[in-house]
Design a protein around this ligand. Structure first.
Ligand code: FAD
Length: 501
């Protein structure tokens, strides 16, 4: 409520925020979480909480009149649809040079993501975050994160037999015929539930294409894991549909004054509140945290933040592409929306790529193999405050994704040559082979050990912490949420032990 004072305030309810909330509440600290998206707990008129993937409505996208689907075109035409403006679960935030997809709602990205739960390669983790003790990470914090997230693996025998993973088997076969290594990828989607879906015993979710607009069942998103456990302590309060706009040192009594706008389901501001918090945890995601901190530094509320704030942003080298298979290499009319396999070419210095074999669950046979490649793209961008608009921009240029395209092209050119196949040029624009205008993996902007101390403390401002993907410098080589979760586990343990007396 307006005028309240709280011991700990967490901005954002994604991975970083959920870890902070659980560990703070378990330590007996009353914690208040502020989330701009809604709490996805009430079904719509169709009886479902989230809308269907193939007929999206307002629940799909954050405050838009038309969808911006990642695969935006097919056979020459746009596949986007008009929708009503609503606080939908998936945001496609447009920075000019790139569209950044992010989850909006209590649970953040966990509500919309593919659930791929990948622990990064140890040598690459050590390269990007040399100040972090990797022994500790790989013996304690990665296992802790995987356990709390509910990570599980697909039953290999079921994978080999089910029609729902034919697309992945075709992707594996063509990759292996070109000499590439493939690997199973763990996930937070409950594979026992998925098996029951296939057997017709439970309501289908992944097996009826649900994923990027939310899963109505089966997925262990954060609201079912970390946040449920934090709520069970009785010490967590969550304010959904509240957007934090400012954080500044409190005039009297120490701590920080946090200003937020309350919004309605159409996104209109219906009130403004100011709360004072002894400790503030920034967990608004790489984009949300960076935007807030860069604006606070430029406008003077947190003028002494280091110059490294807003730097070293990257998109994990993301680029998408589709290949047209031969008629005899079908990918299946029925496809699970949950990916479980990747092509691992990271060790090849000429084309360091980890490519997820992505589903294309359109409900009909398309003979398309779709991939989300994570390339070792060294390009980085910065966030900048624009005093004319009062907004924070990101100066990433489309051309900065050329290294990702070049690396992925080496890999898929080889597969196409071996198979005698071609790229699809109709999926990301009327005639566009590479999906290089979007990312699902924003990382960096407030890098650990540079913009913060070694545990996420913001220098000069005791009691301010960064907990989310903005700590990771631009690229982690695999899908990022396990890394974000494990780093948050490591940092919050140190913060609770040293700063919370
Ligand atoms: P987020 O999870 O983004 O959480 C930040 C939260 O803060 C959001 O809920 C946001 O609404 C809120 N917020 C932002 N600003 C404010 C503000 N000013 N006030 C209040 N609240 C605010 N990763 C994987 O590892 N595997 C995958 O399979 C995978 N698939 C993906 C698929 C899609 C479609 C998308 C979009 C992402 C995917 N990702 C995947 C990426 C993963 O979801 C993100 O890396 C992860 O969610 C980032 O965690 P975070 O804690 O940094 O921030």
């Amino acid at each position: 409520n307006d005028g309240d004072r709280v011991p700990a305030l967490v901005i954002g309810s994604g991975y970083g925020g959920a870890v902070a909330a659980l560990r703070l509440t378990q330590a007996g600290i009353d914690t208040h979480m502020v989330e701009m998206g809604k709490s996805w707990t009430t079904p719509g008129s169709d009886g479902k909480i989230f809308c269907p993937m193939l007929s999206p409505d307002g629940r799909s996208f954050w405050l838009r009149d038309r969808t911006v689907q990642p695969v935006s075109h097919f056979s020459g035409g746009s596949v986007d649809k008009n929708i009503s403006r609503y606080v939908g679960v998936l945001d496609a935030e447009d920075f000019g040079g790139i569209k950044v997809y992010q989850g909006r709602g209590v649970g953040g990205g966990s509500l919309v993501n593919g659930g791929m739960a990948v622990t990064p390669k140890r040598n690459y983790f050590e390269e990007i975050l040399p100040g972090v003790d990797s022994n500790e990470m790989y013996s304690t914090y990665f296992p802790r994160a995987n356990a709390a997230l509910g990570v599980n693996n697909i039953d290999p025998a079921w994978f080999e037999s089910t029609e729902y993973y034919k697309f992945a088997r075709t992707g594996r076969k063509t990759a292996e015929r070109s000499g590439y290594t493939t690997t199973f990828v763990p996930n937070v989607y409950d594979f026992n539930y998925m098996k029951q879906e296939a057997a017709g015993q439970v309501t289908k979710s992944a097996l009826v294409s649900e994923v990027i607009y939310g899963n109505n069942a089966g997925k262990k998103s954060l609201d079912k894991t970390y946040l449920a456990a934090a709520s069970a302590t009785g010490k967590l309060t969550i304010s959904a549909l509240h957007v934090v706009t400012s954080v500044a040192p409190a005039a009297t009594g120490g701590g920080y004054q946090v200003v937020m706008n309350q919004i309605n389901e159409q996104g209109n501001t219906v009130g403004t509140k100011t709360v004072t918090a002894d400790k503030v945890f920034f967990a608004a995601g790489s984009i949300g945290t960076s935007k807030l901190l860069v604006a606070m530094k430029a406008q003077g509320q947190l003028a002494n933040l280091p110059g490294a704030v807003g730097q070293e942003w990257g998109h994990n080298g993301n680029v998408m592409v589709g290949r047209a298979n031969h008629m005899w290499d079908a990918t299946g009319a029925k496809q699970s929306a949950i990916p479980v396999m990747g092509i691992d070419n990271w060790a090849d210095t000429s084309a360091p790529v980890f490519a997820e074999i992505a589903p294309f669950p359109a409900g009909t046979e398309l003979w398309v193999s779709l991939y989300l490649a994570i390339a070792k793209n060294p390009q980085r961008a910065q966030f900048q405050f624009n005093s004319a608009t009062g907004k924070v921009g990101l100066n990433w240029q489309r051309s900065q994704n050329q290294p990702s395209i070049d690396m992925a092209k080496k890999l898929f050119d080889k597969i196409n040559k071996k198979e005698g196949t071609i790229y699809r040029t109709d999926l990301f624009g009327p005639t566009q082979t590479w999906g290089d205008q979007l990312t699902y993996h924003p990382l960096g902007g407030c890098v650990l050990g540079k913009a913060t101390d070694g545990y996420g403390r913001l220098p000069e401002y005791p009691g301010l912490y960064v907990m989310d993907g903005s700590l990771v410098p631009g690229n982690v080589g695999v899908n990022p949420f396990v890394t974000i979760t494990a780093l948050a586990e490591r940092n919050i343990e140190n913060i609770i032990a040293n700063d919370m007396n």
